[in-house]
Design a protein around this ligand. Structure first.
Ligand code: MGD
Ligand code: MGD
Ligand code: SF4
Ligand code: MO
Length: 711
């Protein structure tokens, strides 16, 4: 008789990492579902995780490049040889006094991810794809009300009361989940009598469920929210008691002076939302018991810090901080340090912060991780010599992907690559693999141990979660954490004195009175329960230098950025006559970013059940003017590139915008060969290359551009 068991672990078909149960029968994963102890749900991408695990595309052995970078030719090697190549090069780098010219682009699964520990021990710096998302939001919230730097703090929709307002302003939570529970929780809140307002240039699933859809001009969110702040403050509709008690003395006067000319009429001209609608939304928010705002894509443009700042001010003056249905202010789980802890690098001291000719002038904005585009810049500058990457695909995900590829193949006078070693850890062939010197086969979430405790998880059901192997690993795959711990043991034994990854996690868990054993006995998830609302009422302070809410960013006074600018991002203001359309890229539930693992997943890239095409969306009004009919082949061109695509005409997109799904472009692997389509980053310039002009206004990401469309 066959044995069948449900085993708790986590999903990793996307970075939400939901707690799940896997049904394993005779050593094979047959079924997956949400873990009910975490109010469990899974989405369609998650369900397709079994197809990823058993895909014929899985990388099974370490490989070494033969031929030139970019050709994608490899031979199989053993793990010993792979480890020796890495160790030899890293030792050589340190001997040359260039240990800091090493970086690892990764997705950290905890604030003390073992890969990160290795980078610190080596004296390297860290880049990651993460800051592309919403570092500006994190920094804005941190500057204003001292909320701990936290990746994506989604509103807790399950706490929204009757009458509460939920605003999605550049957010697609029904497809891009923070947790697979989110869509249910939003719809449940609506059922309870909460209102859903969707601000988006494209009418998407959320708009279909919303009480109100507001088609905004891309990049206009800062203007819209400043217009609302103007109305609330000038009409005295703001939460005066909250502001009196918690805002730093003097800041409200400064805000009043700043906001005076940001009238709904003036802001309407920037964001293209009628002034009466700005007023109506402001009054709706003032009358509601709670308001929450969620944004992601809209905060990835060149005015990201302005938008984050405007958003923070709006939350403050409406009194929506750490209240049910408002902006959560979660705390980080107090894990125990694994002593001795290698010191993190001082990036400023090493000269690693902004790249570009005017670096020193733009050094105000600091984030603790570096964006991935930094890698291409640093190779060119000669400050990056050894590059490790896992769980990312910069050859496609990088803005200005062409420049990234060029940097990887840059050679010195002697014909040697400027980047001396590039090691990629992947589960499947990816576009980026073509440029790697070493390719290491990773284990999926069904095969590896991992402790997750980044505090951004939406669901208080799992503040910490354990990913445990439920089946035997495929081929010779080894988890990247194990590989870096082994390399750490060889090179820095003092920092890697623990037995293995499981013992490392065990030590960390002791900080919250837990252990791996206890975690597994408790369903592989841990939560302190709710940490409570309005924690500042108990502590009497916000976590800012003054202990109060700091609306004015005085530290940016010298560059004139103490208050948010309502202007559109520079990339949308420039060349409007030459490139009349704003490119709006967006995501779909059927693809996870550029990921090989969703691109090559037959369950997701299927013409019947999933998304298998990426035409450019155009409004029929614009199309008629250009003489374009539905299905016509068109050229979409920007200042940096051009692609050919069929046009799909739809009234769901705001006139003046061209819509394209982000993530396509993968040419490696079998399933994707049914249609690679175009990657949006063929059109978008390298963020690092024009950072200087964008100054502080941007976060790390500049994920869009203007385009022109011709038949
Ligand atoms: N299925 C799936 N899930 C994912 C991902 C994925 O690729 N696929 N990626 C993950 C990652 S890394 C991230 S960062 C998140 C991203 O999650 P989101 O940002 O929510 O996803 P997008 O669909 O890119 O963008 C959301 C919406 O913003 C709209 N929009 C574009 N520009 C503007 C603007 O200027 N203002 C306003 N108000 N709206 C605008 C777009 O039309 C789109 O509908 O999703 C995560 N989850
Ligand atoms: N134009 C434009 N550019 C963008 C964006 C945009 O909206 N528009 N979005 C930006 C954003 S928000 C982000 S976060 C970045 C994301 O960009 P990246 O950080 O590069 O991430 P992905 O594109 O998701 O690629 C992830 C890779 O990890 C692999 N992978 C999956 N699971 C595993 C695993 O268990 N182990 C290993 N080793 N590998 C695994 C997948 O196969 C895939 O190739 O892109 C940014 N780039
Ligand atoms: S949102 Fe979906 S794909 Fe992402 S971790 Fe959760 S179940 Fe998996
Ligand atoms: Mo992201």
């Amino acid at each position: 008789m066959s044995e069948s068991k449900w085993i708790p672990t986590v999903c990793y078909q996307c970075k939400a990492e939901c707690a799940i149960l896997a049904r394993v029968e005779d050593g094979v994963v047959r079924e997956v579902k949400g873990n009910p102890r975490a109010r469990g749900k899974m989405c369609v991408k998650g369900m397709a995780g079994i197809t990823t695990l058993y895909s014929q595309e899985r990388l099974k052995h370490p490989m070494k490049r033969v031929g030139e970078r970019g050709e994608g030719k490899f031979v199989r090697i053993g793990w010993d040889e792979a480890m020796n190549i890495m160790e030899t090069k890293l030792r050589e780098l340190r001997k040359r006094g260039e240990g800091h010219k090493f970086t690892y682009s990764m997705f950290p699964h905890s604030t003390s991810d073992p890969k990160w520990r290795f980078v610190n021990a080596m004296g390297g710096f860290i880049t990651t794809g993460l800051p592309h998302c919403d570092s500006a939001k994190i920094m804005a919230h941190l500057h204003t009300f001292g909320c701990f730097p936290n990746h994506h703090i989604a509103p807790m929709y399950y706490t929204v009361p009757k009458g509460g307002v939920m605003i999605l302003s550049g957010r697609h939570p029904f497809g891009c989940l923070d947790d697979a529970c989110v869509p249910r929780d939003i719809l449940d809140a609506k059922e309870r009598g909460a209102k859903l307002v969707v601000i988006d240039p494209i009418f998407r699933t959320e708009a279909g469920k919303a009480d109100w859809w507001i088609p905004i001009k891309p990049g206009g969110d800062a203007a819209l929210f400043l217009g609302m702040c103007n109305h609330l403050l000038t009409k005295g509709l703001h939460d005066k008691a909250f502001c009196d008690k918690w805002v730093r003395p003097g800041d409200m006067d400064g805000l009043m002076a700043f906001i005076k000319d940001k009238t709904p009429a003036a802001m309407s001209r920037i964001c293209d939302v009628p002034a009466r609608d700005i007023v109506k939304l402001a009054e709706m928010c003032a009358a509601a018991p709670s308001v929450c705002v969620d944004a992601f894509k809209s905060i990835m443009y060149g005015n990201a810090m302005d938008w984050g700042h405007a958003w923070s001010i709006f939350l403050v003056i409406t009194g929506n901080l750490d209240n049910p249905g408002g902006q959560p202010m979660p705390e980080i789980a107090p894990m125990a340090p694994v002593a001795p802890v290698p010191p993190p690098p001082n990036l400023k001291e090493l000269g690693y912060h902004r790249t570009g000719p005017n670096r020193s002038r733009f050094d105000h904005y600091t984030f603790f991780l570096q964006p991935t585009w930094y890698a291409a810049q640093a190779v060119r500058e000669g400050t990056l010599k050894v590059f490790f990457a896992s769980e990312c695909n910069p050859a496609l995900s990088e803005m200005g992907s062409g420049e990234w590829r060029e940097a990887m193949t840059l050679k010195d006078r002697n014909g040697n690559y400027a980047l001396e070693l590039f090691v990629l850890t992947e589960i499947m062939p990816s576009e980026t693999m073509k440029w790697a010197d070493l390719v290491l086969p990773d284990q999926t979430n069904f095969e590896r141990w991992e402790l997750l405790y980044m505090p951004w998880w939406y669901n208080f059901g799992h503040t910490a979660a354990v990913c445990q192997p439920v089946v035997k690993p495929v081929g010779e795959s080894r988890h990247a954490n194990r590989v870096m711990i082994d390399l750490g043991k060889r090179m820095f034994p003092e920092y890697f004195a623990f037995k293995d990854d499981v013992e490392y996690y065990d030590i960390e868990l002791s900080g919250i009175g837990m252990s791996m054993r206890k975690m597994l006995d408790g369903g592989a998830i841990w939560s302190p329960g709710t940490v409570g609302f309005r924690k500042y009422e108990d502590t009497g302070r916000f976590n800012t230098p003054s202990g109060k809410i700091e609306l004015e960013w005085k530290m940016y006074g010298d560059i004139g950025q103490q208050w948010p600018s309502p202007e559109l991002p520079l990339e949308f203001r420039r060349d409007a006559d030459k490139y009349p359309f704003i490119l709006v890229n967006f995501r779909t539930i059927f693809l996870n970013n550029t990921g090989a693992w969703s691109q090559n997943n037959a369950q997701l890239r299927d013409p019947v059940s999933g998304i298998d095409a990426n035409p450019v969306l155009l409004n029929p009004v614009d199309a008629a003017r250009l003489g374009i009919a539905d299905g016509d082949m068109v050229t979409v061109a920007s200042a940096t590139g051009s692609v050919r695509l069929p046009a799909a005409l739809t009234e769901r997109i705001k006139p003046g915008c061209a819509g394209l799904i982000h993530g396509f472009g993968q040419t490696m692997g079998k399933v994707a060969s049914r249609g690679a389509w175009a990657g949006d980053n063929e059109l978008i310039a390298d963020a690092g290359s024009h950072l200087d002009e964008q100054d502080l206004r941007g976060g790390e990401a500049h994920v869009s551009t203007r385009v022109k469309i011709t038949k």
